[in-house]
Design a binder for this molecule. Structure first.
Ligand code: ATP
Length: 291
């Protein structure tokens, strides 16, 4: 049976700004997103008569409720196929954590199925399908470093000057993205990131300037339900990070470090302090890798 295995990577937000709430309920954003070397492993097999998803993880659903199911159904519909598909997801990306875990699985299914069928759809066609699934899914089709505008579908690919080293920490609890956006008070944002300066800093590899320009307007809303976000950012700075920020709607926080050794020693110190989940990683140039 034709089958493919791929790694679908998580992302962080160097920046996340919300410009306005649209009539249709979506938000216009301006953000710099980055793939990181933390991934779910997907095995996609053409078999059976329907789409079936098995996800090995306590908080992520199996079957129809998994976003990978909608993704496979959309793809099959687009190429007018009646085939059945089995998707097995070995999850490592924490769920509802601001790391686009579901979005990357959805994008991975589109990329994987396209590959299995001999690439009938272009990358642009895949991104058009992706936005029907979720606002972060188009980014996850190619990944790497990109600036995203619109609701996340207007993408500009950028080149990171050099790989960057981060530490991720996730406090206990999960955050639902929709709830955070709905509770956002756009007239009273405490801080906005400087996207143009952050973009320049990433392309030039200027860590101090990047650290000063990073920021996430959702942080204030997430803080209300997850008090640890600020304390974890402070801890990162205390352990030597150039800067620290919340990714997506949180509650995961990352610190930006000078090199891998510094990120490893910060990770060890944070684990010693008893944080729930913590790892040291680098940035990645792409979102999906077929293995
Ligand atoms: P984003 O950063 O794209 O807003 P997130 O990383 O905060 O997303 P997800 O991990 O995608 O959040 O989880 C959001 C919800 O989606 C969870 O409630 C989860 O049950 C559901 N879900 C459905 N399919 C998946 C999947 N394949 N992986 C993770 N969560 C999934």
């Amino acid at each position: 049976m034709p089958s493919i295995t791929l790694q679908a990577r998580a992302k962080i937000n160097w920046t996340l700004d919300v410009l306005c709430r649209r009539q249709d309920g979506y938000h216009e954003v301006d953000m710099l997103m980055q793939s990181i070397d933390l991934f779910d492993t997907l095995t996609i097999t053409l078999s059976g008569k329907k789409v079936d998803v098995i996800c090995e993880y306590p908080f992520a659903p199996n079957g129809d409720a998994n976003i990978a199911c909608k993704s496979a159904e959309l793809f099959l519909d687009k190429i007018s196929s009646k085939d059945g598909v089995h998707v097995h997801i070995k999850k490592r990306i924490p769920v509802a954590a601001g790391l686009a875990g579901g979005s990357t699985d959805a994008a991975g299914v589109l990329v994987g199925l396209n590959n299995l069928y001999g690439n009938p759809l272009s990358v642009d066609q895949l991104k058009k399908l992706a936005v029907l699934i979720g606002a972060d899914v188009p980014f996850c089709i190619e990944g790497g470093l990109q600036r995203a505008k619109g609701i996340g579908e207007k993408l500009e690919k950028l080149e990171l000057k050099k790989p960057l080293h981060i530490v991720l920490v996730k406090p206990e609890g999960q955050v639902l993205t929709g709830n955070i956006y709905n509770s956002l008070d756009l007239d009273n944002l405490e801080f906005r990131p400087n996207n143009d300066r952050a973009q320049k800093a990433l392309v030039e590899g200027d860590l101090p300037s990047l650290a000063m320009s990073m920021g996430n307007v959702l942080r204030g809303a997430t803080r209300k339900s997850c008090k640890e976000v600020d304390a974890l950012c402070d801890m990162m700075l205390h352990k030597g990070a150039w800067g620290a920020n919340m990714t997506g709607s949180g509650p995961t926080v990352y610190g930006l470090f000078e090199n891998f050794e510094d990120s490893l020693s910060a990770m060890r110190a944070l684990r010693h302090n008893g944080v729930e989940w913590c790892c040291a990683l680098s940035t990645a140039n792409e979102c999906t890798t077929i293995i």
